[in-house]
Design a protein around this ligand. Structure first.
Ligand SMILES: *Cc1c(COP(=O)(O)O)cnc(C)c1O
Length: 405
């Protein structure tokens, strides 16, 4: 057992089995400490983490400036409610507003909560206009609370929880004519991830997001982007929409927002944001000073260390390594989809088996949509770590393929 753990992994797992609701599938590993792209378990084993914090730890584990900001804040003021003003919330809102489209922020604590806020804002905006419907895309993912779950157009996540919230319409992804048919005079908003994350790192077809913007403008509906996974530098820009020359009416962000500290935000155009009058929406912990200090430190670190550009270079290195694998074994790789440090490798085999092989070799990756290996590495990962991770991943892919053959 490592000095950092007070008990071994087995004992912790036994405690979970007694006392923690079993709604997650967990690997039998208890993690105790992280630094950058490295993480250690209770037995002192080290892993290379290509999926740190499920995309939340965009600066890797325990980035020094974020640690320092949180330590400083926690000794001054841990929490006060939103009946008062605090400097960190105002500062963080200003940083986000300036790096997006000059919108105003509502802070909360997670992605689902940010989407709930966006959906409520769209409904409140639409109410006097007779608009209440929300159009979302198949294979999208927006979270697990009821409205966010209903917005998630994947039957497997709805199963057993019906009836869902009324007023949602689903269309196939990347199909503009389907959207045109679905949007009518009762539509309040289109809600979409600019790049689908959980759905398998699905990039928008050329002209698709621009087309959605146009449909919204012509039909008088709102365009709301779920940037919970793509936001805060994941794709090489602060927000993914900035690749496409459009602006949304509102966006949501969470995961990377405060570099691993729980935080979510809805950013809305000021005219739209004005719909939320005092009392209409709230979050007790939202915009708390610890999360906001962490978020400010994250933005400053990304800027001072030139990490948006670094993220593009990281993506390019993964791209060339994956292309090498595809040249070597074309029958194993179906597609490579990369934008910055948002990375999908679509295989011709079960991706969960590849994840298990990587874990055995000390590398943490994720599988989504059956055949896609998803990586959301830290912007701070170095070239040697990328190469090591890609060597292990390629080896794992070949092992699973050869076992199958
Ligand atoms: C993870 C995710 C969510 C849900 O975020 P939570 O913090 O788990 O509630 C919503 N939308 C997208 C695009 C996500 O990736």
């Amino acid at each position: 057992m490592s000095q950092l753990a007070s008990v071994g992994t087995e004992e912790t797992i036994a405690r979970f089995q007694r006392c923690v609701i079993p709604n997650y599938k967990r690997y039998p590993v208890c993690l105790v400490r992280g630094e950058g792209s490295w993480i250690w378990d209770a037995e002192g084993r080290r892993y290379l983490d290509l999926f740190p914090g499920w995309g939340c730890n965009i600066l890797g584990h325990c980035p020094p400036k974020v640690v320092e900001a949180v330590r400083d804040q926690v000794g001054r003021l841990i929490h006060v409610p939103n009946t008062w003003y605090t400097e960190p919330q105002g500062d963080f809102a200003e940083l986000l507003s300036e790096r997006s489209f000059g919108g105003q922020c509502f802070f909360c604590n997670s992605g689902a909560e940010a989407n709930e806020a966006a959906i409520k804002l769209a409904r409140a905006w639409g109410h006097p206009r007779g608009r209440y419907k929300i159009v979302t895309m198949e294979h999208g993912f927006h979270g697990r609370t009821y409205a966010a779950l209903t917005a998630t157009a994947q039957p497997k996540y709805h199963a057993g929880f019906e009836p869902m919230v009324p007023g949602f319409t689903y269309v196939p992804h990347n199909d503009l004519s389907a959207v045109e048919k679905a949007v009518d005079h009762e539509t309040a908003a289109i809600l979409i991830e600019p790049i689908q994350g959980e759905g398998g790192i699905n990039l928008p077809a050329p002209g698709y997001l621009e087309g959605l913007r146009k449909i919204c403008d012509v039909r008088g509906a709102l365009l709301i982007l779920d940037e919970v996974q793509t936001g805060l530098g994941r794709t090489g820009t602060w927000f993914a929409y900035q690749h496409f020359g459009i602006e949304p009416d509102a966006l949501t962000c969470a995961k990377a927002l405060a570099a691993g500290v729980a935080a979510g935000v809805l950013i809305a155009r000021p005219e739209l944001a004005a719909v939320f009058q005092p009392g209409m929406h709230a979050s007790t912990f939202g915009g708390n000073p610890i999360a906001c200090r962490a978020g400010i430190a994250a933005v400053e670190t990304i800027e001072e260390d030139g990490l948006l550009a670094r993220g593009v270079a990281v993506g390019a290195r993964f791209q060339s390594r994956f292309e090498h694998l595809r040249e070597e074994r074309p029958e194993l790789v179906r597609d490579i989809r990369i934008r910055g440090v948002m990375i999908g490798l679509e295989l011709t085999m079960n991706a969960s088996a590849v994840v298990a092989e990587c874990l055995e070799r000390g590398v943490l990756v994720n599988a989504t949509h059956d055949v896609v290996v998803r990586l959301l590495p830290a912007l701070t990962i170095d070239d040697a770590q990328i190469d090591q991770g890609c060597d292990v991943l390629a080896d794992a892919v070949k092992t699973v393929a050869d076992r199958r053959a």
